[in-house]
Design a protein around this ligand. Structure first.
Ligand SMILES: Cc1cc2nc3c(=O)[nH]c(=O)nc-3n(C[C@H](O)[C@H](O)[C@H](O)COP(=O)(O)O)c2cc1C
Length: 223
């Protein structure tokens, strides 16, 4: 057993910390985080894109994802404004070869600027919603908003249901009726500590899950 109790520890009372310090501590601790490259469309038709790493999968039946959108001094982030107004968004995933383009779209551009155009990216139409998907991204999820929670001043949690998924053929393998995802071909990146550190999803190991049935047999054999 690891003896963590005898190691010196430091306690943080979040009520005594600034938002910026809480962010620095937590975003450098809860990692790696997958990156949702979110495309929305404003009611006036303008397309918007930005990366969000407060992102994960929260269910499969229904297929649920969530995004954490932080406050921005002055005005809410365009992604939050557009999702609030339209209830629609596409989550594209980010492989290593698209990190430069992904990073270009995090620029704090005004709402009428299409960050995908800025980054030289082309789009494909979605089948069920107005925002397009990023053509170069190997996986795109068309999502509809199911819950929008205000979790702080200007900060929100977006919960969405995936309606359609688009996978590039080269990241799928095996039986076409029940394909598996080729994680190496997908080559996704994750967000790490600090403002600019990322990881690649390549350092893998396997860990079998314990089964109660096997544990009972081992215990009986040992006694
Ligand atoms: C890799 C990466 C991950 C990010 N994750 C988040 C996030 O989870 N939440 C957030 O509010 N901003 C996040 N940002 C910052 C936004 O992308 C940035 O504020 C952007 O300008 C927002 O654009 P928008 O106003 O078009 O939505 C992230 C930036 C990068 C580069």
């Amino acid at each position: 057993m690891h003896d963590l109790v005898s190691k010196p520890q430091r306690h943080f009372d979040f009520a005594q910390m600034s938002g910026a310090d809480r962010y620095r501590l937590l975003a450098s601790t809860i990692m790696p985080r997958p990156i949702a490259w979110v495309v929305t469309r404003a009611p006036d038709g303008c397309v918007n894109a930005a990366p969000y790493s407060f992102f994960n999968l929260f269910g499969a039946d229904d297929p649920v994802i969530a995004l954490g959108i932080l406050a921005r001094p002055g005005a809410p982030k365009d992604t939050a404004t557009n999702i609030r107004a339209t209830g629609e968004f596409v989550v594209n995933l980010v492989p290593f070869d698209l990190v430069g383009a992904m990073n270009a779209t995090c620029v704090d551009a005004p709402p009428d600027v299409d960050e995908l155009e800025l980054a030289g990216l082309t789009t494909l139409p979605s089948v069920a919603i107005a925002p397009p998907r990023i053509a170069a991204s190997p996986v795109a999820f068309e999502c509809k908003l199911t819950h929008l929670l205000d979790t702080g001043p200007g900060q929100s949690l977006v919960v969405g249901q995936i309606l359609h998924a688009h996978y590039a053929q080269h990241v799928l393998t095996g039986d076409p009726q029940r394909p598996r995802v080729d994680h190496a071909a997908l080559d996704l990146v994750g967000r790490m500590h600090g403002a600019s550190t990322y990881t690649r999803t390549r350092d893998l190991f396997d860990l079998d899950r314990p089964l109660w049935q096997d544990a009972k047999i081992t215990a009986t054999t040992a006694s």
